[in-house]
Design a binder for this molecule. Structure first.
Ligand SMILES: [Zn+2]
Length: 449
């Protein structure tokens, strides 16, 4: 075994030890084990309910499967979720009274709240949620700062969400005004002189997301195809140029960097960019997809760790982060989209490996959020369930939700000094919100390795 091998092994072992700190160890058996235990129990027990064979987390009763053989969520589990949502909304509103008034982003700020209410309206059809979303949209649109251009972290997010909320309320003049302002940003996006990166959080792919969001939510021609094409072309051109600079045209014809690093993950890396280019609404031609995007995805696939996880960047060999921003929970979405686009089983297999590593490593302790929190873990399971209809992934998603409100909650409150990067404070205590505001700069660097 050469020196480099032993170094790599050491890094991996170190990573595993640290991972225990970063995530809860998973107390649950996986779906097949759960089913086997239920099948081997006595008929009367099995008829009564299907029980977890493993001990439940401390203080909790064992729980039956939260869905039926057809994958339909049980009414009991639905009621639990609804009741919890009600509690959390109350706590959130309380906390928002002392939140940072200047953070308008979808990622950590007020647009995220507007988007949450819009989603609640979508699911419940209750008009009060749409009105609530409008309240926040009005406030956000008065505070655009012109600093950034993406859906998640820039003005494109507030403008796109504003356009959708006004459209749903049939206030078309306001909706159109938001769209016009959003489209005015396009000149800077496609300029080849600009220093703009291409990634999802601060770059071109993040602006493209806002355009596609409008065409999906309002109608297919809300943003003209020509506008989308110019943005897509700018992203492809940038990737081709950088790949050439790095002499990787053969291996990875579309390559990107952010802050001088070739990131892999969804937030700053190629996974997020390829994912956007493969969206059918991006209308990238088949030849570009086959000759440029597909080999680039295959290049990333070859960087996979034996665990099924992915490095945060091409120069990093540590199997440590299992986040949406860096690691399997983000890369899985690229792989699922590749499976839909190219219909090759290898992509689905790798996506399943991602799900396995997320399940095995345990849910993150770092927050409730999508980027590097429990919701991002659960989201990956749910997406894979939608794609495969394999109930194993629905089971995992339900367990992720359950974990959020049991061991995680207790642990998180004990761990306040390291509280970071979370805009929804469940207790609404002033101190936490102040800490959030003070750390707004830290937040922006959170998703670096
Ligand atoms: Zn993150």
């Amino acid at each position: 075994m050469g020196e480099s091998m032993s170094k790599r092994l050491k890094l991996q072992l170190g990573g595993e030890a640290e991972m225990e700190e970063r995530a809860f160890s998973n107390p649950y058996p996986d779906y097949q084990l759960h089913e086997a235990a239920a099948a081997s129990s006595s008929p009367s027990e099995a008829a009564e309910t299907q029980r977890d064979p493993a001990p439940s987390p401390v203080g909790e009763e064992p729980e039956s499967l939260p869905f039926g053989p057809d994958g339909k969520i049980s009414s009991q589990f639905t009621r639990r979720i609804q009741s919890k949502i009600g509690d959390l909304l109350q706590q959130m509103e309380e906390g928002l009274k002392t939140a940072d008034p200047h953070d308008c982003s979808a990622y950590t700020g007020w647009t995220g709240i507007a988007l949450l209410y819009l989603q609640l309206y979508r699911v419940t059809k209750d008009q009060k949620y749409l009105q609530r979303s409008l309240d926040y949209v009005k406030r956000i649109l008065r505070n655009l700062n012109g600093r950034r251009v993406t859906f998640l972290c820039g003005d494109a997010g507030p403008l796109a969400v504003g356009a959708v909320v006004y459209h749903k309320l049939k206030i078309d003049s306001e909706s159109k005004e938001c769209i016009t302002k959003l489209l005015q940003l396009q000149r800077t996006i496609i300029s080849t002189d600009s220093e703009l990166p291409d990634e999802l959080l601060y770059g071109r792919a993040g602006y493209l997301y806002a355009l596609l969001y409008l065409n999906t939510e309002i109608g297919p021609d809300t943003v003209p195809q020509s506008v989308i094409k110019e943005v897509v072309d700018a992203i492809i051109e940038s990737g081709k140029n950088f790949s050439k600079e790095e002499r990787k045209t053969e291996r990875c014809p579309l390559l990107y960097q952010w802050h001088r690093k070739q990131y892999i993950g969804a937030a700053h890396g190629v996974a997020g960019i390829y994912y956007m280019l493969m969206q059918p609404v991006s209308n990238v031609d088949q030849e570009t997809l086959t000759e440029l995007v597909k080999p680039s995805i295959d290049y990333v696939r070859h960087k996979k760790f034996r665990s099924g996880n992915y490095p945060s960047s091409l120069s990093n060999e540590t199997d440590r982060l299992v986040h949406w921003c860096h690691g399997a929970p983000g890369v899985i979405h690229m792989l699922m989209q590749a499976y839909k686009s190219f219909k090759e089983d290898k992509y689905l297999k790798d996506a399943m490996d991602c799900s396995d590593v997320i399940w095995q490593r345990g849910l993150l302790r770092k927050g409730y959020g999508i980027c590097h929190g429990t919701a991002g873990n659960g989201y990956s399971f749910l997406s894979l369930y939608h794609l495969t209809e394999d109930k194993k992934y629905l089971y995992r998603a339900c367990k992720a939700w359950r974990e959020l409100f049991i061991s995680y909650r207790t642990y998180w409150y004990q761990r306040l000094p390291s509280f970071q990067h979370l805009n929804l404070d469940l207790k609404g205590e002033k101190t936490k919100w102040n800490r959030t505001a003070k750390r707004s700069v830290a937040m922006e660097t959170q998703c670096q390795e």
